[in-house]
Structure formats: C-alpha cells, structure tokens
Design a protein around this ligand. Structure first.
Ligand code: FES
Length: 251
C-alpha cells in the first residue's frame, strides 16, 4: 500500500480487513444521534450526508469506521457510502486540524490575491495543500468558489467567511488560531472548531448565543445589484464604455 493509501484509508492493492467499529459507548451515542437524523427523512438513505457530517464531528474526518457506521445504520454497502464520502469535498479523508483554513483560489479570488495568500500561507505554516501543522491546529487547503466573489480574496475557516484578505492578514489569522486567540469572521456566525461545525452541519442545534441570528445575512457588496435593480441605489458603472477609454479601434 502506498503512503497516500495509508493516509486516506483507500487500499489500491490487497483487500483490507473490515474496519473496526467505534468503541461501544461512542457507537451507542452516535446511534442515538443517527436515529434522530434518520427520522427526518421519508427514506433513511437520504440521511447519508448529515450522517457523514455526524461521524466527522466525532473523529474530525470520515474514517473507515465512520463509513462502516453509516452503512450499517442506513442499510447501505460501505462501497455506496464511500462513493458519496469521496465525491464531496466537505468530507475529509484523513485526520486533520481543529481549524480548516481554506483559501479560495478560484478565478476571481486568485487574480485578486488568493494565489499569493495560498503561497504565503504554505511557506508561513510549513505545510502543503491539505496538510496539517504539527500542533494539530490548522489544516490548509485551497478551495473552490464559495460564492463570495464580491469579497475576494476570501479565506474560509471552518466554512466561516474572512473577506477581503491579504497575505499579511491571512498570516495573522492563522497565527491567532494557532495561539488560541479569539478571531471573528467578517460576517456570519462566530467561529467554532471543525468538529463542532460538523455537528451543526449534521443538523443539530447551534447553541452558541447569537449564532443563528448572525448567520443569515448577505453583506452590502452582495446586495448592491439587487438594490440597483430596485432603484434603491444609483447605478455606478464599474466599467467605462469603450468610447470613453480612448482605445476604441486601437486594440
Ligand atoms: S472566486 Fe473566490 S469566492 Fe468566488
């Protein structure tokens, strides 16, 4: 088996032994949670996505044990669960840090500085893409567009927004995370650990004070188009007509 295969739990050679189960106490607790989630759906297999988040909230990633658990409680095969868990990038395939720091390197963020932020964070943290700092605090990864292009370049920490970042601000952010200093997302809910985030994504109540109220609103940059369409805001062109640029016919 290759080193990669060991890390990801994916065997490319000899078949693996069945995954070990969770310890009995953990299994009992997760089963109770799983039944609560499954009861929300007319067809139990529809609960697979939240159950993968649930197992991720226990271990910080979707392990082979987590896949076995989902398969057993939903009556699926481990192959079916694995196919889903490996399709969506929100499911981690190996143990990682308390804070998942995702740098958007999709087109707009990239040209606005996302590529520079990602390069500088790699050097600053001494890790590559999808790698974790030795203290287990930060996992760095490049991510695709998070529909926050109007705040580019964007960094996500456990899926909370940190807008309009620079290499310097992003380095200060990861330093604060590693030192345990409080950091506040630019908008939305307060930050919590990756495991806590995973439990919320599994559909369990977010008990943090003010979190639900804080997570709903779009910011002014996201709403400017809507306000212009409603006539609430004057239209300020961001691209001058070609006739005003003096380049007409000259390019
Ligand atoms: S390109 Fe980065 S949020 Fe859209």
């Amino acid at each position: 088996m290759t080193a990669d295969a060991v890390n990801t739990g994916i065997s490319l050679g000899m078949p693996q032994l069945p995954a070990p189960d969770f310890p009995a106490e953990v299994r009992a607790r997760l089963e109770a949670d799983a039944q609560e989630v499954i009861a929300r759906y007319p067809d139990s297999r529809s609960a697979l996505l939240p159950l993968l988040h649930l197992t991720q909230s226990e271990e910080g990633y979707v392990s082979r044990t987590g896949i076995r658990f989902c398969a057993e409680v939903l009556g699926l095969t481990t192959a079916e669960v694995t196919a889903v868990a490996t399709f969506y990038t929100m499911y981690r395939r190996k143990p990682s840090g308390d804070y998942q720091v995702g740098v958007c390197t999709n087109t707009l963020c990239a040209v606005m500085g996302g590529d520079a932020i990602f390069d500088e964070l790699k050097e600053h943290l001494g890790v590559g893409n999808n790698e974790t700092t030795p203290d287990g605090k930060v996992t760095l990864e490049h991510i695709e567009c998070n529909a926050a292009c109007d705040y580019a370049p964007v960094v996500m920490v456990n899926w909370e927004f940190f807008d309009n970042q620079t290499p310097a601000s992003a380095k200060a952010l990861v330093d604060d995370l590693r030192a345990g200093r409080p950091v506040e997302p630019t908008r939305g809910a307060p930050l919590c650990t990756f495991k806590d985030t995973a439990r919320i994504l599994a559909g369990f109540p977010d008990g943090r004070e003010g979190a639900v109220e804080a997570s709903g609103g779009a910011g002014p940059a996201s709403l400017i188009g809507l306000r212009i369409a409603r006539g609430e805001s004057p239209h300020a062109p961001v691209v001058r007509p070609r006739a005003e640029t003096g380049t007409e016919g000259g390019e």
